[in-house]
Design a protein around this ligand. Sequence first.
Ligand code: OGA
Ligand code: MN
Length: 209
Amino acid sequence: MIPDSLLDEIADALVEPGYWISDRAIPVDIGTGLQGAFEMLQAEEFKVAGIGRQTDFQLEEKIRADKIHWISANSPETTQFLQWMDALKAGLNRRLFMGLFDYESHFAHYPVGAFYKKHLDAFRAKGGQPSSNRVLSTVYYLNESWLPENGGELLIYNEADSAVVETVQPTFGRLVIFLSEKFPHEVLPANRERKSIAGWFRVNEGRLS
Ligand code: OGA
Ligand code: MN
């Protein structure tokens, strides 16, 4: 499903610099199907998203203002997407021995002005602390004809000195993959609604404890 040459390229990028951005990864028909599946969802099927294990919703609204809908293989479109991610998982495990175990993902709707402040998708395990088992993050964009003046960029920072290493427009078909523990990132507010699919490969819980 994914050409070996593409898997090689992604695996190399994850070794160094630790992230990969491309507009030619996921086949266009899958992207178009996902746009349709997103459109079919009703407003009430999107929920305020949590941050980590927090349950303080007032705090959450200061950090992120998107609304989410968890993806399952309940339509041909989402099934194709999840199958593509499964092929990516297998290809990366073969090349990098990452031990990727499962994948969770959600549609994210950012209304005009919504943002997601700088954050990490996972925290390294420290003695005794609970750790996230998210190791690899993906973001896939569904916005046709996005213009620079629309804002809504994904900023990726480097771990060492918080310099911005990438500014990513959320343009249709673009896929970003990065090591969850290594790259703080944020979503700037946009002046038009912004649609994406965020996802995370996790390692098996038992491996971390
Ligand atoms: C996230 C996230 C980035 C984006 O949902 O954790 O960082 O560009 N999303 O939508
Ligand atoms: Mn994130």
